[in-house]
Design a protein around this ligand. Structure first.
Ligand code: ZN
Length: 185
């Protein structure tokens, strides 16, 4: 649960900390604005993937399901700066699938928290393993980190790529190749 008062106090301190005048016109509303915005961009703390993944459908054919180019926005927990990009998810069902939109919802639940890209990738894969008990899951995330591009080494457009594999994807490289081929289509 977002504590609006604490966030507002913290933003005022932060503004003073960087030498700003918190009473100037442009900043008077800023603590309030940020506290309200946090309700949305950190709304993932209030959500559970169960909401989206608990309802499954039975299938006879266990063909690989791929949902690619799921756009997401998250926040790096080391710098409190955004990182954003695309998530690609593949899984091999074991008789159970979920609605495709639920995969994007699952990404959102974890993205709307303070995150590390590696951790985000793993959490998505583990949530699918937990609720669908598929034969395998593979998640790939490509993202640009503002903490890399607007400061420090300043390499605009550079992408960080993370991959997590579970189940059959760990044992069978052909599955991984199939996933990569489908991403290029
Ligand atoms: Zn960072």
């Amino acid at each position: 649960m977002i504590n609006q008062e604490k966030v507002k106090q913290a933003v005022r301190l932060l503004l003073e900390g960087i030498g700003e005048d918190i009473n100037r016109e442009g900043l008077v509303e800023t603590p309030d604005r940020i506290a309200r915005m946090y309700e949305e961009i950190y709304g993932g703390y209030e959500e559970h993937t169960e909401t989206y993944l608990a309802k499954t459908f039975h299938v006879k054919n266990n063909e690989m399901v791929v949902e690619k180019d799921i756009t997401f926005y998250s926040t790096c927990e080391h710098h409190l700066l955004p990182f954003y990009g695309k998530a690609h998810i593949a899984y091999i069902p074991d008789g159970k699938v979920v609605g495709l939109s639920k995969l994007a919802r699952t990404v959102e639940v974890f993205a709307k928290r303070l995150q590390l890209q590696e951790q985000l990738t793993g959490q998505i894969a583990d949530a699918l393993m937990e609720y669908l008990q598929p034969k395998g899951v593979m998640v790939m995330i490509e993202a640009e980190h503002m903490c890399m591009t607007m400061r420090g080494i300043k390499k605009p457009g550079s992408q960080t790529v993370t991959i997590v594999k579970r189940g059959e994807f760990l044992e069978n490289p052909i599955l991984e190749d199939t996933f990569f081929r489908m991403l290029r289509l």
